[in-house]
Design a protein around this ligand. Structure first.
Ligand code: MG
Ligand code: MG
Length: 269
């Protein structure tokens, strides 16, 4: 069941998405060698509370193993769903941070992959291509297209660059619930899948690897890692399908004001 949103619902979703954007920018200030991932999580938790919202990942999942934190913080070969804790960031690490909030009944859910200090050339290329693929996917998220047009744009861009496209985890509809229909895979064929209509709100989120696309789950029941141990990147935006051009509800601008990372600073043109 796909829920099309009214403009007043979209206003609320924009505010939820923007709060996630601001939260990611707040935690960006703490991304440096020696900082514990648990500290970053605490910063986000307090920031979200201060803005009269609630973290949506905390407590999510099966009752016998709910996700225990505000953020998913995934380092290096971890793709997504990493659990914050005692680990400390090191120079050259890549740090994917995914944040979800519910504000006024609507969910914002987006993610950015940071680099601690200086990244090597291959890692920076992975981050740049993943980010580019996100925007190439968003360019297809227009009224009348199909979900497969988004999927194919992401997949073909990343595979042309020699990277792996994770299959097991996908983007999704977004609204009052964190995960709504339709699924938005990062791989697929043009012209296939659900037809996109104005007012559909989606989280588009390529998860891209330096090697094979195969992943597995660690014993904590949450952390997804690449099977070959190579690095992975993850960027996620919340968007509204519109006529002609999608509207992006979230923004990375607040983050790049903090990180000043020129390679990742520009929207892919
Ligand atoms: Mg997310
Ligand atoms: Mg998501």
């Amino acid at each position: 069941m796909i829920y099309l949103k009214s403009e007043s619902e979209i206003d609320k979703m924009r505010r939820a998405a923007q709060l996630v954007s601001l939260t990611l920018a707040e935690v960006a200030k703490y991304i440096e060698p020696g900082v514990k991932t648990g500290k970053i999580d605490l910063v986000a938790e307090e920031f979200i509370k201060k803005h009269n919202a609630r973290a949506v990942f905390k407590g999510y999942g099966p009752p016998n193993n709910p996700f225990p934190a505000t953020l998913c913080i995934s380092l290096n070969e971890e793709v997504v769903h990493g659990i914050p804790g005692e680990r400390k960031l090191k120079e050259g690490d890549i740090v994917s941070i995914d944040c979800g909030v519910v504000k006024d009944g609507y969910v914002g859910d987006h993610a950015y992959t940071f680099i601690v200090g200086e990244g090597d050339e291959e890692t920076m290329r992975l981050l740049r291509v993943t980010l580019e693929s996100l925007y190439k996917g968003i360019d297809e998220a227009v009224h009348g297209n199909k979900v497969g047009d988004i999927s194919n744009a992401i997949q073909s861009h990343c595979e042309d660059e020699g990277f792996g496209v994770v299959r097991e985890l996908v983007g999704h509809g977004l609204g009052k619930q964190l995960h709504e229909d339709p699924s938005v895979p990062n791989f697929g064929k043009k012209g296939r899948g659900e037809r996109l209509r104005s007012g559909m709100t989606l989280a588009i989120e390529p998860m891209i690897t330096l090697g094979s696309w195969k992943v597995h789950t660690l014993g904590d029941g949450w952390t997804i890692v690449t099977a070959d141990g190579k690095r992975a990147a993850h960027f996620e935006h919340d968007i509204v399908v519109r006529e002609g051009e999608a509207e992006i509800l979230s923004t990375f601008d607040y983050i790049t004001e903090i990180t000043k990372n020129e390679i990742l600073d520009t929207r892919y043109g």
